[in-house]
Write a protein that binds this ligand. Structure first.
Ligand code: NAI
Ligand code: MG
Length: 361
């Protein structure tokens, strides 16, 4: 039997509270499905580590993490101690780049018992995933400033799209769409305004689409697409986007589906040459850290995504089902955290989900 090696990095603030809850639900699911996990916890990528060592991570972090099958990450950032750009660039962003995690995957699903800020929407109305290109595109370091401080001051920053970079994220998105019942892929474009790179993106979408005849493809300009997320979120299944467009959509999507506390994300290296990293969308939440009231659902949902990625979609679906059952029970029955209008704690909600994993058929 395979043993999966998981590197656990709680990070800062509520990361240190939600990660243990995530692990409890993860282990309950693994036990139930006969999956063996070997977890090692690391204290780096945190303000504590920075205070002791003056860096966010040890020099050999890459060798340390390289052998793991996945990284289960909480949140990094403690602005009173380390400036955010230092903590983020010194840890998470290095992992994403070094481990070539070129897909950022964010499911957006309106869960039972969670109120959407969109009027009249209930569970089943919102259930899509955003696939964001995570390594190139608009977020390049190609460019510069000339004639600084003069009337001719000029600033340039180029979008970089490579055929390899575009095709690999599109292939992932199409494969993902092929596995979902609706088999529908929407591409975010702006080829009417951005007249060189975006028509290229569209061309590559059309070419990749030829190889996936079972997937229905459409494209929308990013402005209209953003409006449709709000007006008709039920139209979407898999949405693929460049780095910048995907960044915006992957915040807008989960926002339409309710609270930040439940949103998960994955940074994936699909070839599995490097470990992929699973982290909730939220940060370290200094305003509520230490109170034991952080919602652990985002972290637990990450555990479900990690099980999917490790090749156990049945286990991932079971865990997601347990989350849904507990959320559906509502604050009267289940120990939901204050952001879900309940009085439960992180530990209680995590335990309720782990218990549900063991009980449900
Ligand atoms: P945040 O996501 O930490 O908090 C935003 C608001 O949402 C706060 O009011 C917080 O209490 C609430 N919230 C977040 N997660 C919650 C949960 N699980 N349950 C209940 N309420 C929750 O974003 P903020 O405050 O902008 O950033 C705080 C720190 O986290 C900064 O250092 C920032 O750089 C870092 N950060 C790290 C991220 C990561 O590790 N990927 C992502 C976002 C922020
Ligand atoms: Mg963002």
């Amino acid at each position: 039997m395979t043993t999966y090696r998981i590197a656990v990095i709680p990070g800062d603030g509520i990361g240190k509270e939600v990660v243990p809850a995530g692990l409890e639900a993860l282990h309950a699911t693994a036990d139930r499905f006969g999956i063996t996990l070997d977890c090692d916890e690391f204290g780096f990528a945190s303000a504590d580590y920075w205070q002791r060592h003056g860096t966010m991570m040890p020099a050999d972090w890459e060798q340390t993490l390289r052998g793991y099958d996945a990284i289960f990450f909480g949140a990094v950032g403690w602005p009173d101690v380390v400036p955010d750009h230092v903590s983020l660039w010194g840890s998470l962003l290095q992992m994403r780049r070094t481990f070539d995690q070129y897909v950022n995957l964010r499911p957006c699903r309106l869960m039972p018992g969670v109120r959407s800020p969109l009027a009249g929407r209930g569970p089943g109305d919102i259930d899509f995933v955003v696939v964001r290109e995570n390594t190139e595109g608009e977020y390049s370091s190609v460019g510069g400033r000339v004639f600084e401080g003069t009337d001719r001051e000029t600033v340039l920053q180029e979008t970089v799209m490579t055929r390899i970079g575009v095709d690999r994220v599109l292939r992932y998105a199409f494969e993902h769409a092929e596995r979902r019942p609706a088999r529908h892929l929407t591409s975010a474009t702006k080829s009417n305004g951005i007249s060189i790179s975006m028509p290229y993106w569209d061309e590559r979408v059309a070419a990749m689409g030829q190889r996936f005849p079972g997937v229905h493809v459409d494209k929308l300009h990013i402005d209209a697409l953003a409006a449709q997320f709000v007006l008709h979120p039920d139209r979407f299944d898999v949405v693929v986007a460049s780095n910048l467009f995907g960044d915006i959509l992957s915040d807008l999507g989960p926002a339409c589906a309710g609270t930040l506390g439940i949103a998960p994300s994955a940074n994936i290296n699909p070839e599995r040459e490097h470990p992929s990293l699973f982290e909730p969308v939220h940060g370290s939440a200094p305003d509520i850290a230490g109170q034991g009231i952080a919602n652990p659902v985002g972290q637990i949902w990450c555990a479900s995504m990690m099980l999917d990625h490790l090749g156990h979609p049945d286990a991932g679906a079971h865990l997601l089902g347990a989350i849904e059952d507990v959320l559906a029970a509502g604050p009267g029955e289940a120990p939901l955290t204050p952001d879900l209008h309940g009085k439960g704690t992180t530990v209680e909600l995590g335990r309720a989900i782990a218990d549900r994993v063991r009980e449900r058929t």
